[in-house]
Design a binder for this molecule. Structure first.
Ligand SMILES: [Zn+2]
Length: 214
């Protein structure tokens, strides 16, 4: 190709770019005025009260641990910053996280029904906008289920302890040993050397988990 030919080609390309880019930017401005709304999931009616309730729930160790295993270490921070319906960018700003980190958490929480979104579609660009909020009902259900399963686990442990003769150190108060293990240790605490004492069955029943008061 000649130099002139190349110049003309570049000129035409620039012209084409201008022609194709102008109407799109106009469309974006026009569409911001009236986005078409498509509601996918309805949000709780009182969002402020819901956010307050979520903040209370997520500090419960039983909930915090579940959130950690379900959606990672950022899950409680993300939920704690959600007030009403917010975009992922707004949540990211509030938490001082990257938007990609917030999105990863939101997707995991959404899979569990803990985060829900309202989606709006821009009629002209076809783009979707998401506003996220926390689902208090799902978090409360998670609390109920976890308390129930932890209670069952404790009951099973107590049953086992009652079936065996259990020994523990009054100083360390950490571990309990069935008779055979205590015998192996010659009834001396492996941590501090204090004598291992026989524990009455049911002595630890007071430690059964209780549903936290709200
Ligand atoms: Zn000890």
């Amino acid at each position: 190709m000649t130099k002139k030919g190349m110049r003309n080609k570049a000129k035409n390309a620039r012209k084409l770019h201008r022609v194709s880019s102008r109407p799109i930017s106009k469309k974006i401005i026009a569409s911001k005025a009236k986005p078409k709304k498509i509601v996918v999931q309805k949000l709780a009616p009182s969002q402020k009260a819901a956010a307050k309730c979520v903040k209370k729930l997520i500090v419960e160790p039983i909930i915090a641990n579940s959130l950690l295993s379900l959606a990672g270490e950022n899950a409680t921070s993300v939920l704690g910053q959600m007030e009403g319906a917010m975009s992922d960018e707004e949540i990211a700003r509030a938490c001082k996280f990257k938007v990609s980190e917030v999105r990863a958490v939101l997707n995991k929480l959404h899979a569990q029904g803990i985060a829900v979104y309202e989606r709006t579609r821009d009629r002209d660009t076809g783009w979707y906008y998401y506003k996220w909020s926390a689902n208090v009902g799902a978090i409360e259900r998670m609390l109920d289920e976890n308390v129930k399963s932890e209670k069952m686990a404790t009951e099973q442990r107590l049953k086992y302890e009652n079936a065996c003769n259990m020994y523990s150190c009054d100083k360390c108060m950490q571990e309990k040993y069935p008779f055979e293990t205590a015998l192996d240790y010659l009834f001396k605490c492996p941590q501090c050397g204090s004598p291992l004492e026989y524990k009455q069955p049911g002595a630890s029943e007071a430690n059964l988990p209780k549903k936290p008061g709200r």
